[in-house]
Ligand binder design. Structure first.
Ligand SMILES: Nc1nc2c(ncn2[C@@H]2O[C@H](COP(=O)(O)OP(=O)(O)OP(=O)(O)O)[C@@H](O)[C@H]2O)c(=O)[nH]1
Length: 327
């Protein structure tokens, strides 16, 4: 058996023709395509992604890749499939990292079928939103503006917010939703699916994400490490999984496998390292415990988690390190 070439793997929907994916039958009016969620930090993108997908993203491995963007989740319906891809976030290009992210973001925006612009109803439309709105109006992909966290505000405030959003730019639709209360999520899915091209499913049904396990592990550690110190360490923390190894087992051992997971956390300054580690290492132990529970649930294994905090001065400007960190 020969492995498919990179070109074949990148072929997206065509991969079906190569017999790489067994997607089963699909109706003639089936739609499938890509959407990405954008919005400033804390706008509710992850929560909305999970609500759209309908459950926490699940891990599966060893399947052909139909997009070179990280897939956050796949919405499966009888009438179509919506592949939610990641955008690393829009930032003003102050550092090399910022510039690269923005290039990546622009490419992503141009390649998807619809953009979901998240604007939290409980916050006024601000400079961050205007910056993103300007980016979005510079390209041709239709944009659905979503007023997120609608459950947090009164009807009057929501109406005011929707007006402010509509004044921000030309949007294909404006929809208020609550991901937490599962309010209008079905309607939003309808609107997004209607903008997908007709075509066969890109993923076998039942698959929720194709995020590599290591990225998910790094994400869990990052989340735990940032808890409560978001404002002190906004973009200055990078997490890299160094190694995952399985411990040898005695024959007949019925327990789940035991994995050693080694993870490096990169910060820019000694002071940030001190924040992560905490007094006498207490905080880092906490971070480890929380992340470990998540990783064990993710991998269905027992995990020994080994965290190392390293200071990599100006990692955001170091192309070599950026490459290693996957940017
Ligand atoms: N009440 C309410 N809270 C929400 C809703 N959606 C998100 N939140 C909360 O808003 C906060 C931010 O949500 P996230 O989904 O993490 O936002 P994000 O845009 O992914 O954030 P970044 O990763 O920083 O870009 C979290 O505390 C969520 O629980 C919602 O519909 N209703």
């Amino acid at each position: 058996m020969s492995f498919p070439s990179d070109d074949e793997l990148m072929a997206g929907p065509n991969a079906l023709d190569d017999g790489l994916i067994d997607a089963g039958d699909w109706p003639a009016d089936y739609r499938a395509g890509f959407a990405c969620l954008v919005g400033r930090p804390n706008a509710g993108k992850s929560t909305l992604t999970n609500a759209l997908v309908g459950q926490k993203v699940a891990i599966t491995s060893g399947r052909p890749q139909t997009t070179r963007h990280t897939v956050r989740g796949v919405v499966h319906r009888e009438d179509g499939q919506l592949v939610l891809v990641d955008t690393p976030g829009l930032h003003r290009p102050r550092t090399l990292l910022g510039q690269r992210l923005n290039d990546l973001v622009r490419e992503t925006l141009a390649e998807v079928d619809v953009i979901v612009f998240c604007l939290p109803a409980d916050e006024k439309v601000g400079p961050g939103d205007k910056f993103i709105a300007r980016e979005l109006t510079q390209q041709r992909t239709p944009v659905v503006a979503v007023a997120t966290k609608a459950d947090k505000v009164s009807r009057e405030r929501l109406a005011e917010h929707l007006l402010a959003v509509s004044a921000l730019g030309e949007w294909a639709e404006i929809v208020p939703v609550s991901a937490v209360k599962d309010d209008q999520i079905g309607l939003l899915t309808d609107l997004l699916l209607a903008r997908m091209p007709f075509g066969p499913p890109m993923y076998p049904r039942g698959e929720l994400t194709d995020e590599p396990e290591n990225v998910m592990i790094a994400e869990l550690v990052r989340e735990a490490a940032l808890e409560g110190v978001h404002h002190e360490l906004p973009h200055s923390l990078a997490v890299l999984v160094d190694e995952v190894t399985e411990r040898p087992r005695e024959e007949g051992d019925q327990r789940p496998p035991m994995l050693d997971v080694r993870v490096d956390l990169y910060v820019e300054r000694d002071s940030q390292k001190a924040i992560i580690i905490g007094k006498g290492g207490a905080r880092l132990r906490d971070v480890g415990t929380r992340a470990r529970h998540g990783i064990e649930a993710l991998l269905g294994a027992r995990v020994y988690l080994d965290l190392h905090v390293r200071v990599a001065k100006d990692w955001q400007r170091d192309p070599k390190l950026l490459g290693r960190l996957g940017f």
